[in-house]
Design a protein around this ligand. Structure first.
Ligand code: NCD
Ligand code: ZN
Ligand code: ZN
Ligand code: ZN
Length: 428
């Protein structure tokens, strides 16, 4: 028994295009990709994937799994199940849990929970606080550092310059600091005047953290960019030589303030949904966007329809279908999708063996039917929160099967993985 699997007849998405190719998998890794490989592997288990298009398993660098403390909205099992159902094979989880993941003990705790509960591969961020810069810098088993320079869901907030400088100077230069960039003073100023986080909040914070990163000579990752102005700031900093990367979330590409009347508090998110012109600006400047990340932020429908709705919306199960639909209508190419949801995230976070369909890489594969039109619905979602802001939208393109390191973990709506099948990612 060789442990070989031959996927034949499919179309494989690469950095440059889409090609009809076979793929030979041995145990956890891709052994070969090429035309008509069956002669090379007589003992392999043959699986016909004709009619399906194969993406490198998606890597979502911005996910809230809610464990510990928010298991009634989501936990590591339900969140990673939702990831697989959305074609996502690796999630990087945010630290704004309860308690937040800010020290050795809380990080060890979530890593131990994930080891027995996760069904996709994973990494966990350490959360910056006003006084943990030294400890955070030592925790090399965190995937990166998350800094909230403006407040959002949870208690994490590093709005003081002394602590921002401490983190930016102490955190290892080659590792990622991801920033929630909304200016806290501006958020408060506008809140007292009845305005929720207008674009100036993000503009001020992005400009501030870019200046810090440039002056302190360290790389930076900007989370959920929502305006063209932020992208312009990022472009200009790059032109001056700063190593800065950014992500945009699907809700900022596929929803706008025009959806707010319909969605009510379901559409409340930080940063907020933006005006149509701003959404168009993101699409127009999409070459400056390194990656698409869900910012999957589940809250229960009770919470969202209650008196003080929390900000955030789920996204794991809808990101790829929405992007496939956009590809269907010609707004982006399949290679663009692979690059922004897998290849680039793996590069930026240094995820070993991930991000491409090529020999030597993990056999993390997302198999989609590009031609299946279907209507997104709340029923059947794997996220525990049980709703999506995209319910009722008909899209073309559906996730059919998912492989994680050579094992089929999702097929036709069902999670086949066992809790603990997900592994911590290795960083190079
Ligand atoms: C996120 C959450 O609920 O954890 N909410 C949100 O509105 N995006 C926090 C965050 O990413 O800022
Ligand atoms: Zn955020
Ligand atoms: Zn988030
Ligand atoms: Zn490996």
């Amino acid at each position: 028994m060789t442990g070989q699997i031959l996927l034949y007849g499919g179309r494989i998405v690469t950095a440059v295009g889409v090609e009809r190719q076979d793929m030979l998998i041995e145990n956890e890794h891709i052994l070969a990709v090429g035309a008509r490989l069956s002669g090379d592997a007589p003992q392999a288990t043959r699986i016909n994937v004709e009619g399906l298009t194969l993406f490198p398993g998606l890597i979502d660098v911005h996910v809230h799994l809610r464990e510990p403390g928010g298991e009634y909205k989501e936990d590591i099992f339900t969140g990673t199940s939702a990831a697989l159902a959305g074609g996502i094979t690796t999630v990087l989880a945010m630290p704004n849990t309860n308690p937040p993941v800010t020290h050795r003990d809380t990080l060890t705790d979530v890593l131990a929970k994930a080891a027995t509960r996760a069904v996709c591969d994973y990494g966990f961020y350490i959360g910056g606080t006003l006084d943990n810069a030294e400890e955070a810098a030592r925790l090399s088993d965190a995937i990166g550092l998350k800094l909230y320079v403006g407040s959002s869901t949870g208690t994490l907030l590093v709005d003081q310059l002394f602590a921002q400088i401490a983190h930016l100077t102490r955190y290892p230069k080659d590792r990622i600091i991801a920033v929630h960039a909304e200016d806290e003073a501006a958020v408060q100023y506008y809140a007292t005047r009845g305005r929720r986080r207008p674009p100036i909040c993000a503009a001020l914070a992005v400009s501030h953290v870019l200046t810090l990163a440039e002056q302190l000579e360290r790389r930076l990752h900007i989370c959920h960019v929502s305006t063209g102005y932020e992208l312009a700031l990022i472009r200009a900093a790059r032109a001056r030589g700063l190593d800065v990367t950014c992500e945009v979330s699907p809700h900022h590409l596929f929803l706008s303030t025009e959806d707010e009347q319909r969605l009510g508090a379901l559409g409340q998110v930080n940063p907020p949904l933006r005006a149509r012109e701003e959404v168009d600006a993101l699409w127009a400047q999409s070459d400056a966007i390194d990656m698409i990340a869900t910012d999957h932020a589940p809250h229960t429908l009770d919470e969202k329809t209650g008196a003080l709705p929390p900000s955030g919306m789920p996204g794991l199960e809808t990101m790829l279908p929405l992007m496939l639909d956009a590809a269907h209508t010609g707004r982006l190419s399949l290679s663009d999708i692979a690059r922004r949801t897998s290849t680039r995230p793996a590069e930026v976070f240094g995820l070993a063996d991930k991000g491409q369909i090529a020999p030597g890489y993990h056999a993390d594969l997302t198999l989609v039917d590009l031609d299946e039109a279907w209507t997104i619905e709340n029923e059947g979602l794997h996220t525990r929160c049980g709703w999506t802001p995209f319910a009722g939208r008909t899209v073309c393109g559906r996730v059919k099967q998912v492989y994680l390191r050579g094992k089929r973990v999702f097929a036709d709506g069902d999670i086949l993985a066992q809790p603990g099948d997900g592994h911590p990612v290795a960083q190079s």
